[in-house]
Structure formats: structure tokens, C-alpha cells
Design a protein around this ligand. Structure first.
Ligand code: G1P
Ligand code: ZN
Length: 541
């Protein structure tokens, strides 16, 4: 039976960089999820439409899926394709949206944020192209949350999501699908599985840390079953509602077990980790960490070695705070390089228009035009494909890359859970003094230019302003300041630091020492200590 429930708007349901993300208990509050989903359907329209639904398996994923299905039915949707047990990695959801030519999809995840009753939950909408909804759509949803006065929900028992196949919920079809199969088939079209199989047969050892999150089943199927990696290659392979207490963010801080293993005496040849919903990746060689910006550059320089990219790249794109390493590769390949604001949604138009093939962000996100999300396992497989063809170690490949293109020393410093008012004041002050910075010196570095990044989308002409403050100290050296759009506690300052050194550079140089002056200058310019009381970051990547 279809019910219409009277409700009142709930404040603060504003989707950020990646949809609506809040503490799980807030999401579980009365009408909270329902209000947002109704606003979402009111904006995108549900009548007669087909959607994909799935999530990363975190706490409340299963309950939220039932609510969303019942609301889709009551709002007139024709069909929802849902991953078995309501599971889908973000890239797999993106693929299913595209493969089935659906009208979009709803992904339940708070990405790399911890999960559990006291941690985070999230919901985001992806468009028919498989990519995150653009700002115009998320803004409309937000506006609608301010006026929603009723929602529609079908009254029924739970849909059985444990078995594959079709069922009905009122007039709506619910199709429960294998979350892994179609996605694994897609990757098989892009990479030379035979070459990678031969690599593993030859004794190549790998450790893939799925961090008790969604990529476990995908990685076991692809790496161990289809590619013949040794059983046990994938660790923390079972998705758990609280990610086993782990913080499923693949960086050296949170994937410290993997880092320790890779830096140890008996390290495998290759290590990788992925995040809560499977769109992020970290790669590590034996004894060597690969920064995401360098990884993007190496992948761009070598992508032609993999089957799906043999005919070369159309262009590349990186988010503004990502290092310029990939730009140097693009230049040598004679292809376009785009600089976009932070957030995967800004790559969508470039990918749809066929202007770029690869894109990436410093925040452990890499992907291509095969889906419209970043894709953790895709990046891991492209690396494996390159390693299988070049038959060199990760360290050798990186050293050769730096020798050819020079090295962009890079680091991101995060200052978390700051007082939001003080953080806003810090940015207001910083923005005010932007025009006067040029020519001034800080920590011995002279500012050549400073601005607040604005992006004109070359495809649809839209303008996105205030996307991060950039202070440039000559060619290749800069500090970038941004406030996070995904944090759920106070404000998070992200400080991105970069300096370029032509020539090989020491492979094992510590970026923190190479960047010492830029770090000092950045602190002085923004008076980070004065506004936040902090002298050092909580997380360094
Ligand atoms: C963070 C990352 C950004 C990424 C986003 C979603 O956003 O910095 O690159 O696209 O998560 O994964 P932020 O918290 O900085 O707004
Ligand atoms: Zn993610």
C-alpha cells in the first residue's frame, strides 16, 4: 500500500563534495533519510524511471536500502537494479548505471569516512552518465529539502535482497544482481589479463588491503580468481558494517599495516589499498610509496601499454590541488591537460565530451572514461598491467619517470575538527589579502601570483568560483588552501604543498624536507596558528 506521510523540512540537508554526508545517527533520525530521498526524487523525477541502488555495506546500508526501495516504488519508479545484499562499490554502481542505460543511481556511502552507529553515513545521486550529480542538481535538491512537506513510501515487508533475481514491490520491479560480475567483466576488456596472469605465475607477490570495506569481494574475484594471485593476497577482504573498526581511507596513516609490510624485509612486489566504497586507491612498491599525484603521472605515461588505452590518451585532467606532474607527461605526449576544481563531478563533462581519457586527484583518486567515478581497483590493475609489460619494479619505474620528467615534491597537510567560525575567518582574511601578496617574501620564498581558483567548464561554460586559494612562488612551487567539503565535524583545512625539481631527484628524498620552506611560508601567510591554534597537521599524506 502506498502511503503519503506528512513531514516538516529538516535544516542542513546540504549535499557537499560527494552527496549528503552526516553522522549515522542523524541519518537514522525521524524522517531524516525519507526527507532527503523525497527531495531527491522530486528533483530528478521518479515516475517510470529505472535506477541503480547499492552501497558500501556500512552500518545502516541495509536499512536505508529498504527505505529507498519503498520510496522509489511509491514515487512511481519502474525498476530498481540493486546489488545483492544492497552492496555495490561506487565504480561498479557507475558502471551498472551506464551498462543498463538507467536514469541514474543512488549510492549509500560516506566513502573513506569510518562507519558504524557513531560514525558516518551518506547518500549520493549519480546521473544517467554514471557520474556524480553536478552542483545545479545538488543545489536543487538542497532547495527542495527546505520545502518538502510530505513523502511517499510503500508499506510492505522487507524486500529479499539476499538472492539474485527479479521481484515486485507494488508495480515496481526490483532486480537483485551480482554486485561484482559486470564490473569484473568490464575490467577484463581494458587490461591484458593474460600478461598479468603470467606475472603472478612467475612468482610476483602482491598484498591488496581492502580495509574490511566494499572492494573485498571484487578484489578476491578479480585478483585471486580471475588473475591467479595467491589465495590470501587480498587481506581484510570481508566488508563489515563498522569496517572492523578501521578507518577505510587508503593513505600511509590509515593503511599503516600495509605500509609496514611494504617497507619490511620480506615485502611483496606490490601493495595496494582501497577505501570504504572502492573508488580510492593507494599503491606502494617494495620499499617505496607512490604519491597519488605521481601515480597519475606514471599511469598517464604508460597507459598505452594496456589494451584499453593502446591507441593513446585523448587528454588528461587533474584537480587543481593535485601536483602538476601529469601536466608534464601531457606536454610530452602532445595532449591537453585540464585543471578542475576538487571533486570527481568536475571531470564528468570532459569525459563525456571525449576530451580526456585519464583523470585524477591527489586524494588517492584515479580513473578513466570507462566509468564516471574514480576507480580504486581499476588503478591497481593498470599498475599491474604496466608492471607485467615493463617487467621492472615499482621503484625502477618511478626512478625512470623522475629522471625523465623531473620530480614534483608534494604533500597535503590536513588540520581537522577546527572551529568552523575561526576557519571561515581565516579564509576571509586570506582572501582579503590575496591582491597584496604578489612580490612579498615568506620564509625566503617570493610570491609571484596569488588567486582564488575559478573554473570555467570548457564544455558547458558554467563557472565555479572560490575553489581554493593558490599562492604561487615561481614555476612549480605553490601552496594551496581549501576547506573540506566532506568532513562531518567542524571544519577541515587542507593545505596542499608542492615544489618542482628538474632532473632525477633522490627517489627516497623526504617530501617534508623538500617542502620545508613552502610549509613555513604557508603557515605565515594564513596565520594558521593564530586562527586555529594548531602548529602541525593531524594527517599528512
Ligand atoms: C575529498 C577530497 C577530494 C575528493 C572528495 C571525495 O574532498 O579532497 O579530492 O574528490 O573527498 O572523495 P574534500 O573533503 O577535500 O572536499
Ligand atoms: Zn570513496
Amino acid at each position: 500500500m502506498k502511503l503519503t506521510v506528512a513531514t516538516t523540512p529538516i535544516s542542513g540537508q546540504k549535499p557537499g563534495t560527494s552527496g549528503l554526508r552526516k553522522k549515522t545517527r542523524i541519518f537514522m533520525g525521524r524522517h531524516y533519510l525519507e526527507n532527503f530521498i523525497q527531495a531527491l526524487f522530486d528533483v530528478v523525477g521518479a515516475e517510470g524511471k529505472t535506477f541503480v541502488l547499492g552501497g558500501d555495506g556500512r552500518y545502516f546500508n541495509d536499512r536505508a536500502a529498504q527505505v529507498i526501495l519503498r520510496m522509489a516504488a511509491a514515487n512511481g519508479a519502474a525498476k530498481v537494479i540493486v546489488g545483492q545484499r544492497a552492496l555495490l562499490s561506487t565504480p561498479a554502481a557507475s558502471h551498472l548505471i551506464r551498462l543498463n542505460k538507467t536514469d541514474g543511481g543512488i549510492i549509500m556511502s560516506a566513502s573513506h569516512n569510518p562507519g558504524g552507529p557513531d560514525e558516518d553515513f551518506g547518500v549520493k545521486f549519480n546521473m544517467p552518465n554514471g557520474g556524480p550529480a553536478p552542483e545545479s542538481v545538488t543545489e536543487a535538491m538542497f532547495a527542495r529539502t527546505g520545502t518538502v512537506s510530505e513523502y511517499h513510501i510503500f508499506e510492505s515487508t522487507d524486500v529479499d535482497l539476499s538472492t539474485q533475481g527479479q521481484q515486485r514491490l507494488g508495480d515496481m520491479i526490483v532486480e537483485v544482481v551480482d554486485p561484482v560480475a559486470d564490473y569484473a567483466d568490464l575490467l577484463e576488456t581494458l587490461f591484458d589479463f593474460d600478461a598479468i596472469r603470467a606475472l603472478f605465475r612467475g612468482g610476483f607477490r602482491m598484498r591488496m588491503d581492502s580495509m574490511c570495506a566494499i572492494t573485498g569481494p571484487y578484489a578476491v574475484e578479480i585478483l585471486e580468481k580471475r588473475l591467479g594471485a595467491a589465495p590470501g593476497t587480498v587481506v581484510n577482504a570481508t566488508p563489515l558494517p563498522d569496517f572492523g573498526g578501521m578507518h577505510p581511507d587508503p593513505n600511509p596513516t590509515w593503511a599503516s599495516d600495509l605500509m609496514e609490510e611494504m617497507m619490511g624485509d620480506n615485502a611483496p612486489d606490490f601493495g595496494a589499498a582501497s577505501d570504504g566504497d572502492g573508488d580510492r586507491n593507494m599503491v606502494v612498491g617494495r620499499g617505496i610509496y607512490v604519491s597519488p599525484s605521481d601515480s597519475l603521472a606514471v599511469l598517464a605515461a604508460n597507459a598505452h601499454l594496456a589494451r584499453g588505452y593502446r591507441s593513446g590518451l585523448k587528454g588528461v585532467a587533474r584537480s587543481m590541488p593535485t601536483s602538476g606532474a601529469v601536466d608534464r607527461v601531457a606536454k610530452s605526449l602532445g595532449i591537453e591537460a585540464f585543471e578542475t576544481p576538487t571533486g570527481w563531478k568536475f571531470f564528468g563533462n570532459l569525459l563525456d565530451a571525449g576530451r580526456v581519457t585519464l583523470c585524477g586527484e591527489e586524494s588517492f583518486g584515479t580513473g578513466s572514461d570507462h566509468v564516471r567515478e574514480k576507480d580504486g581497483l581499476w588503478a591497481v590493475l593498470l599498475w599491474l598491467n604496466i608492471l607485467a609489460v615493463r617487467k621492472e619494479s615499482v621503484a625502477d619505474i618511478l626512478a625512470a619517470h623522475f629522471a625523465r620528467f623531473g620530480r614534483n615534491y608534494y604533500s597535503r597537510h590536513d588540520f581537522e575538527a577546527l572551529d568552523s567560525t575561526r576557519a571561515d575567518q581565516m579564509f576571509a582574511t586570506l582572501r582579503e589579502k590575496l591582491k597584496t601578496l604578489s612580490g612579498q617574501s615568506f620564509a625566503g620564498l617570493s610570491v609571484t601570483n596569488a588567486d582564488d581558483f575559478a573554473y570555467h567548464d570548457p564544455v558547458d561554460g558554467s563557472l565555479s568560483q572560490r575553489q581554493g586559494v593558490r599562492v604561487i612562488f615561481g614555476e612549480g612551487t605553490r601552496a594551496v588552501f581549501r576547506l573540506s567539503g566532506t568532513g562531518t565535524e567542524g571544519a577541515t583545512l587542507r593545505l596542499y604543498l608542492e615544489s618542482y625539481a628538474p632532473g632525477p631527484g633522490g627517489l627516497n628524498d623526504d617530501p617534508q624536507s623538500a617542502l620545508a620552506d613552502v610549509i613555513k611560508a604557508a603557515h605565515e601567510i594564513a596565520d594558521i596558528q593564530g586562527f586555529t591554534g594548531r602548529t602541525s597537521p593531524d594527517v599528512i599524506t
